[in-house]
Write a protein that binds this ligand. Structure first.
Ligand code: ZN
Ligand code: ZN
Length: 355
């Protein structure tokens, strides 16, 4: 394939509504695959980047790093994928491939060039990267994963960011039978954490602001559900957990949550508050507790996560929308009004071109 022009939805400027456009996709290189995108999840970080909450961004921006589709063409040197394979792309599409982290399969922590983000970044060819709100993407085969049969592509898409963001820390801190895990916040990220931790065999507790989502939480596999809006929760559950995964991106009272850990327990953060969060060191010292962070996962681990989810019949709980619903969906994500992930049916992108 030579350079192709494909349908996409883009924000033309910071904070502007998304609209139909066309974008170029590079000619297929020796080690590239062409993926016909079928579904693209909407991650809250798409909205942060369009609004430049995290700094100056590149426009027009085609967001989307929860990509699920089918491979329709492969380069001459491709060995890991074949035409017809169901394939996914997550948050990054390249890295240096040579640093210790890349060699260890931790490309997300690449210390060489750093990971090349799927969108809102500039590739080594000097061209901007464009994400999954489009009909096709060309990506190096080493940065694409296989989506096993057993998960539908629409329910698989959010696994590429939300799924791996929760799977990686749960696996790293050895979640399994006998471990007590709390998931703080039950949105797009948190609901995946409940499903995955439960499938790993842990006793899972959801800590949510209110009991509003309790029924869903128990359906996803939680054994317990508590409201953090009730101060009694923190007394009742003191010293309870081996691992707490915090998915909330607002500032929380870290000391209160550290108080819920058992001796030697870990509080790992996967949400990113805008401002620094104060911690009283006594909360860590007495009980030899750990405060940690974790970001998405590497390619190998993302494949492992997808295989795990297929084996256990886990997908995201989703609401499928068409392209003309993207801007409304953004408003609802910001308002926390989604159960639990919006997924764009990318076959509707082209139709949106004709008003
Ligand atoms: Zn994301
Ligand atoms: Zn590297």
């Amino acid at each position: 394939m030579s350079v192709a022009t494909v349908h996409a939805f883009a924000a033309p400027a910071p904070k502007a509504p998304l609209e139909h456009t066309t974008i170029p996709r590079r000619a297929l290189g020796e080690h590239d695959v062409l993926i016909e995108i079928r579904y693209a999840g909407i991650c809250h970080s798409d909205i942060h980047q369009i609004r430049e909450d995290w700094g100056e961004a590149i426009f027009p921006m085609v967001p989307g790093h929860e990509i699920a589709g089918v491979i329709t063409e492969v380069g001459s040197g491709v060995t890991r994928h074949a035409v017809g394979d169901r394939a996914g792309v997550g948050c990054f599409v390249d890295s240096c491939r040579d640093c210790d982290n890349c060699r260890a399969g931790l490309e997300q922590y690449c210390t060489g060039s750093g990971m090349l983000m799927t969108y809102n970044a500039t590739g080594s060819d000097g061209e901007p990267t464009y994400g999954g709100y489009s009909t096709h993407i060309v990506v190096d085969e080493n940065y694409s994963v296989r989506i096993p049969e057993g998960i539908t592509l629409d329910e698989a898409a959010p696994l590429l960011c939300a799924g791996i963001t929760l799977y990686s820390p749960l696996a790293h801190w050895k979640t399994g039978p006998g471990t007590r895990v709390a998931i703080v916040g039950m949105g797009g990220l948190g609901h995946m954490g409940v499903k995955i931790a439960h499938a790993m065999g842990a006793e899972v507790t959801v800590l949510s602001q209110s009991l509003r989502k309790q029924e869903d939480g128990l359906r996803f596999g939680a054994a317990h559900f508590h409201a953090t809006g009730d101060p009694a929760t923190f007394e009742r559950l003191a010293g309870s957990f081996d691992l707490i995964v915090n998915t909330v991106s607002a500032n929380l009272d870290m000391d209160a949550y550290l108080g819920l850990l058992r001796t030697g327990g870990t509080l790992v953060n996967v949400g990113a508050p805008e401002n620094p969060v104060p911690v009283n060191m006594f909360s860590l010292m007495f009980g030899r507790k750990h405060l940690a962070g974790s970001a998405i996962g590497g390619i190998r681990e993302t494949q492992e996560m997808l295989d795990f989810c297929a084996l256990h019949g886990i997908g995201a709980d989703i609401e499928v929308i068409s392209a003309d619903g993207i801007n409304d969906a953004y408003e609802r994500v910001v308002a926390g009004d989604v159960r639990y992930r919006f997924v764009i049916d990318t076959s509707t992108l082209a139709a949106a071109a004709t008003p």
